[in-house]
Design a protein around this ligand. Structure first.
Ligand SMILES: NC(=O)c1ccc[n+]([C@@H]2O[C@H](COP(=O)([O-])OP(=O)(O)OC[C@H]3O[C@@H](n4cnc5c(N)ncnc54)[C@H](OP(=O)(O)O)[C@@H]3O)[C@@H](O)[C@H]2O)c1
Length: 264
């Protein structure tokens, strides 16, 4: 059995550790500068190290789950130990060629997941670097395929995906909470309203993913002529909901591009 090392056991790193441990496909080692984060991933079944170098030594695959600003620092620190190894970075904004220039003998892959890996329902973009082999790509698919749907994506779309699917769950949670507040406004208890809102979003997503229809076809099945639903939809359209969502995603992508430029 191979060993996967997760460097950075923060929000994403700890979820990744938990997912890989659960599959039993790999031995998992993890590091973090924060002892409480190390304790957390230890409780998930990872072997923990204080030193990144010690953790990397006994690993075949390294996953970088630190903040973008820490990626060059970490790669520089371990560069002699990752020679000939596969390194998968989940960091936003840090281009493959930046990491490849620091560690010319390592093979890099960039991955853009989102926090829905916790539910096994993320969309995970995988972008192999110039030295990554087909086998490396398959390794990334094997690891991240358990966390949701994976797709091979060109690096020039990584910033777009960072602002779209990387940040996406935050938009959806905001919309879900707005529904819960709407429920409260019309007299429902908040917890009940939240459960209903979450079910509506889960069920609607399932119908689209299962091919029951495109969103607007399904919407038209609910909105009968002169009925209640179309009155609500009119208010959504009048308020510019679609434009608002388009602007939000565009703003996030703009920020992702700015961050990327700072690493180029
Ligand atoms: N959060 C998301 O929804 C999301 C989605 C897609 C991709 N990402 C990417 O995932 C990466 C991690 O994000 P996150 O939200 O999980 O961040 P996070 O919660 O801050 O986790 C990063 C962890 O790494 C630790 N760390 C810092 N320097 C380290 C070092 N040299 N060695 C070992 N550990 C170190 C941090 O400790 P300190 O806090 O003490 O520095 C922190 O516990 C980022 O690059 C981000 O772009 C995040």
């Amino acid at each position: 059995m191979g060993t996967v090392c997760v460097i950075g056991a923060g929000k994403m790193g700890s979820m990744i550790v938990r997912s890989i441990v659960k599959t039993g496909d790999y031995r998992v080692v993890a590091t973090d500068v924060d002892p409480s984060r190390r304790m957390l991933v230890k409780s998930y079944g990872a072997e923990v190290f204080e030193s990144n170098r010690d953790a990397v030594k006994s690993s075949n695959v390294i996953i970088l789950a630190v903040k973008p600003k820490d990626v060059p620092v970490v790669v520089t620190d371990i560069k002699d130990l990752i020679s000939g190894k596969l390194v998968i970075s989940i960091a936003a904004a840090v281009p493959l060629n930046r990491m490849e220039s620091i560690a010319p003998d390592a093979r890099f892959i960039r991955v853009m997941p989102n926090i829905l890996i916790e539910a096994g329902e993320a969309f995970i973009a995988i972008c192999p670097g110039s030295r990554a082999t087909e086998e490396d790509f398959e390794t990334a698919v094997r690891i991240f395929g358990r966390m949701g749907e994976v797709a091979k994506i060109d690096e020039n779309l990584m910033d777009v995906l960072t602002g779209f699917s990387g940040s996406g769950p935050a938009y959806v949670f905001t919309i879900m909470d707005a529904f819960a507040d709407a429920g409260v406004k019309i007299g429902l208890p908040k917890e009940l309203a939240l459960r209903i809102a979450a079910r509506m979003m889960l069920g609607s997503a399932k119908m689209v993913l299962e091919g029951k229809g495109r969103p607007m076809e399904l919407r038209d099945m609910v909105a009968t002529p002169g009925g209640t639903t179309i009155m609500g939809i009119y208010e959504l359209e009048k308020g510019g909901l679609r434009a608002l969502i388009m602007n939000a995603v565009e703003a996030a992508v703009k920020r992702a591009r700015e961050l990327s430029e700072s690493f180029s």
